[in-house]
Design a binder for this molecule. Structure first.
Ligand code: H2U
Ligand code: ZN
Length: 366
């Protein structure tokens, strides 16, 4: 069946994915992205995120030596959305439904949304990436994510905090300095809300956790596992959409990052470094991706219906400069992929965990 076009079901998003195993063989005369930039310097005097530099709105960064977080100077959301002035100049309280031009219908609905947007610099070094940082340095990033999450959770109206990283210009990252973002919102965003329903549905039908069950199946089959340690498993999911998409799942049933114990936090740092190194090794180039953690919504106290995981969505398909475009059928029909998840997993398994930049030309570790 793996040689023929088929559909697979994504139980987290409750949707079908079309798999076209041989489609990657087709000729390509389409768009080629620019090759990734040459190595950056350890400090860039014009970088907005380097220690001691001035940011775009004039605030100066401290001379930080590990991680550093600040409120996004160009935040997409604000904590005080004040009142919202409607068309009739009537004032409404936050999160009120806004007056629409056609109040008798529910076609034009909008709501006010409060939020806090944080930027998290992973390292003072401008030239590093998670793959090029030492595991204890990544552990400091994990601790920073946990601290930021805890402080965002103290705001009573915050329902969700999404920790994510856009890496590389192809994914829209605005700066090569290693950094990610955290957006805390007044409502649960679409993707985790959808997963929440899937977790609840699974528990009501089967009495177990969707990801504990899935994790058990992948461990038994051992076909799509890219790398693992005592606390985490990185797998190309059976239903992957992006060519080299992976799912990072905690072995223990925990709902949020702060519930990981000390050893598991180290293990998270370890698996992140190893997984991203494998990505970089695939085309011997810094691999672009969007990566983010799905944790239990902040006000939900029961751990039952949530299992901590991260999605890594990288766009590359054929090389460091040829990406997968989610257009046409993908945009208008269903998501479609051009190689099987099993092929993608075997390629990520084959590349090894010594970063290509640390290898000699002959491929041996330096
Ligand atoms: P991205 O590279 O994923 O866009 O994240 C960088 C964020 O940093 C971006 O959201 C913010 C941008 O608004 N930023 C500042 O807050 N201040 C600056 O001086 C530069 C960039
Ligand atoms: Zn920098």
């Amino acid at each position: 069946m793996n040689d023929h076009p088929h559909r697979r079901f994504n139980p987290l998003r409750q949707e079908w994915v079309l798999v076209s195993p041989r489609r990657n063989d087709r000729p390509w005369q389409g768009h080629v992205d620019p090759a990734p930039a040459d190595a950056a310097p350890p400090f860039d005097p014009i970088c907005y995120l380097c220690p001691g530099n001035e940011r775009a709105r004039g605030v100066r960064n401290p001379r930080y030596s590990s991680t550093f977080a600040f409120d996004n100077d160009f935040a997409a959301l604000r904590p005080q959305n004040a009142e919202v002035r409607t068309q009739s100049s009537e004032l409404r309280t936050p999160n009120a439904e806004l007056r629409t031009p056609n109040p008798d219908d529910d076609l034009l609905v909008s709501r006010s949304e409060r939020g806090v947007c944080r930027v998290v610099c992973f390292s003072p070094r401008h030239d590093l990436t998670l793959a090029r940082m030492a595991t204890p340095e990544i552990r400091a990033v994990v601790d920073r994510w946990i601290d930021e999450y805890a402080s965002l959770a103290t705001m009573p109206w915050v329902q969700y905090a999404l920790v994510f990283e856009n890496r590389g210009p192809m994914m829209g990252a605005s700066n090569p300095h290693p950094h990610g973002q955290i957006w805390a919102t007044e409502t649960i965003p679409n993707e985790p809300a959808r997963e929440q329903e899937a977790f609840a549905r699974r528990r009501s039908r089967h009495g177990d956790c969707l990801l504990c069950a899935y994790f058990g199946v992948e461990t038994r089959l051992a076909e799509r596992i890219v790398c693992e340690n005592d606390a985490f498993l990185a797998v190309v999911p059976f239903w992957a959409v992006w060519p080299f998409e992976t799912l990072l799942v905690s072995r223990r049933h925990v709902g949020a990052m702060h519930e990981l114990n000390d050893t598991e936090r180290d293990a998270l740092a370890d698996i992140l470094r190893r997984l991203i190194t494998r990505y970089d090794n695939l085309f011997e180039a810094p691999f672009p991706y969007s990566m983010g953690f799905h944790q239990r919504p902040i006000r939900q106290t029961s751990a039952d219906d949530w299992h901590l995981h991260a999605h890594v969505y990288p766009p590359l398909l054929r090389s460091a400069t040829i990406r997968k475009f989610m257009v046409g059928f993908e945009l208008l029909g269903s998501p479609q992929r051009d190689l099987t998840p099993e092929d993608a997993a075997s390629r990520l398994q084959a590349v090894g965990e010594v970063h290509y930049a640390d290898c000699t030309r002959a491929g041996a570790p330096r």
